[in-house]
Structure formats: structure tokens, C-alpha cells
Write a protein that binds this ligand. Structure first.
Ligand SMILES: NC(=O)c1ccc[n+]([C@@H]2O[C@H](COP(=O)([O-])OP(=O)(O)OC[C@H]3O[C@@H](n4cnc5c(N)ncnc54)[C@H](OP(=O)(O)O)[C@@H]3O)[C@@H](O)[C@H]2O)c1
Length: 236
């Protein structure tokens, strides 16, 4: 049994991954933005151990979330799933980039880290900006996984493109397979399959996939970490 923390697990892919992991017998800790959403998450994913609350757009709440998670011990895997799409540049920066960065830096180091990226990262720009597009923030997740592959060689840190799937974010008409949209995260978090024992890779439907080669740029990766540290006050 593995112990797994999933951000943004009151809805969408995070909730579906949580339910699948509970069904497999794992210990799952949920996360939601508010007490109300937290109660809803626990109702939706019966069997989950508990839910931690934090609005990820607030740096202080993110820091408090890391402390609450650390009070539960060390997780085997953390799925950095929470994200926003149609949101201000400020929200995109905070929820999609700074929150996963800060939680990664502050939480006890797990064996496996999974970051939700997107096929849209292909049009993301690696140059740092405090007003990122959604695509930029999803490129950041791959850059973070690649930086961790260099800096924390004992950890498996990977990014996932779930496909364009019908969640609140994806919309009802999204063409891709919803089940395949969360299976890869579940697999990377728990499987003994050799294919999961890698780091700094980008997966789609349990296969390594083509990605933006800008993510290879070590200088840009380190600049991303430095800017995240400057904006959050959280040292890597
Ligand atoms: N769906 C797609 O087609 C697609 C494609 C590519 C990548 N992705 C990525 O997959 C991940 C999951 O997406 P999804 O489709 O499952 O989206 P979703 O249905 O909109 O769910 C996103 C989750 O993140 C939470 N969240 C958002 N802002 C938050 C905040 N400030 N504080 C705390 N929690 C917050 C949401 O909470 P509430 O429910 O309370 O709002 C929700 O639980 C995202 O990172 C997304 O970028 C999705």
C-alpha cells in the first residue's frame, strides 16, 4: 500500500485518480480549496484518509498546506494535479507554477512526483515571465520535473499530458478518453513497472511522448527555480 497526496482532488482528474487509488487499496490524502469543497471531496471519494485545505492561489496557504502534509509524515507519491486554465495570469502563475514548486520544495521528499502538464505546453515559452500563459505554466511543470531529475536523482519526477478530456476544465465536448486521462498518474504513482522507474520524462497514456525541447535547457530550468524562489520566499 502506498501513501499518496493529490492536489486539486475535489473534482476532475484529481478526484478520479483519488477514487482509483482508494479502490486499489492505497492510502490517499485529498486536497481542496475550502472546507466545503473538502467535505464534498470526502463524500465523492469515500475511503480517502482525509482532506487538507488550502487555496493554492495564496502563497501563505500553500506554505501552511506543506506543513499540514508534513505533519502526516512522508508520502510515497505526490500528484501535483490542481490547475486553472481560463484564469488571470496571476492565478495561472500562482496555482499552476508557484504552488507545485513550493509544495515540492517544502514537503518531505517522496519517492515519486507527478506533475500535470498538457499538450498545450508545446507552445509554451521557457523564458521567464510573471504573466505566463496556460501553455507556459504547463511547460514549467515539465521543466520542474527535468530539474528534479538532475537535482534529486533518487526520486522519480515526471510530467503527464492527460489528453483533452471532459472535466470542468476540458469541457463537455472534449474528445479524449476520460479514463486514460487519470490512469497514467495512478500508474506512475504506484506501479512497479520498469517504465515508471524513470525521471524527467513526459508521459501521455502510459507512453513517453514528444515534448517541447525547450524543457532541456538547464539554464532555463535553473532560472525557473530561482524566480519561483524569489516570488515565494521558498528556497529550493
Ligand atoms: N481536462 C483537460 O482536458 C486537461 C488537459 C491537459 C491538462 N490538464 C491538467 O490536468 C489537471 C487537472 O485538470 P482537470 O481537467 O481535472 O480540471 P478541473 O476539473 O477544473 O479540476 C481542477 C482541480 O483543481 C482545483 N483547483 C483549482 N484552483 C485551485 C485553487 N486556487 N486552490 C485549490 N484548488 C484549486 C479545483 O478545485 P475546485 O473543484 O474547487 O475548483 C479542482 O479540484 C490540471 O493541472 C490541468 O491543467 C487537463
Amino acid at each position: 500500500m502506498a501513501k499518496i497526496f493529490i492536489t486539486g482532488s475535489a473534482d476532475g482528474l484529481g478526484l478520479l485518480a483519488a477514487k482509483a487509488l482508494v479502490k486499489q487499496g492505497h492510502e490517499v490524502v485529498l486536497h481542496a480549496r475550502s472546507e466545503i469543497r473538502g467535505q464534498e471531496a470526502l463524500q465523492q471519494a469515500p475511503g480517502a484518509k482525509e482532506v487538507l485545505i488550502a487555496d493554492l492561489s495564496d502563497i501563505e496557504e500553500v506554505k501552511a498546506l506543506a506543513a499540514k502534509a508534513n505533519a502526516l509524515g512522508t508520502f510515497d507519491a505526490v500528484i501535483h494535479n490542481a490547475g486553472v486554465y481560463q484564469a488571470s495570469a496571476q492565478q495561472l502563475l500562482h496555482v499552476n507554477t508557484l504552488a507545485p514548486y513550493s509544495l515540492t520544495a517544502l514537503m518531505h521528499r517522496p519517492q515519486r512526483l507527478i506533475y500535470l502538464s498538457s499538450g498545450m505546453h508545446l507552445s509554451g515559452q521557457p523564458d521567464w515571465t510573471e504573466r505566463p500563459s496556460y501553455s507556459d505554466t504547463k511547460l514549467h511543470m515539465l521543466m520542474l520535473a527535468k530539474a528534479l531529475a538532475r537535482k534529486w536523482p533518487e526520486v522519480y519526477a515526471n510530467a503527464v499530458d492527460p489528453g483533452w478530456v471532459p472535466t470542468k476544465m476540458g469541457g463537455k465536448g472534449a474528445p479524449d478518453n476520460l479514463q486514460k486521462g487519470y490512469e497514467t498518474q495512478v500508474w506512475l504513482a504506484t506501479s512497479d513497472d520498469q517504465a515508471t522507474q524513470v525521471s524527467g520524462q513526459y508521459f501521455h497514456h502510459q507512453q513517453q511522448a514528444r515534448y517541447n525541447h525547450a524543457a532541456y535547457d538547464v539554464t532555463a530550468q535553473d532560472h525557473l527555480l530561482a524566480e519561483c524562489a524569489r516570488l515565494t520566499g521558498v528556497a529550493f
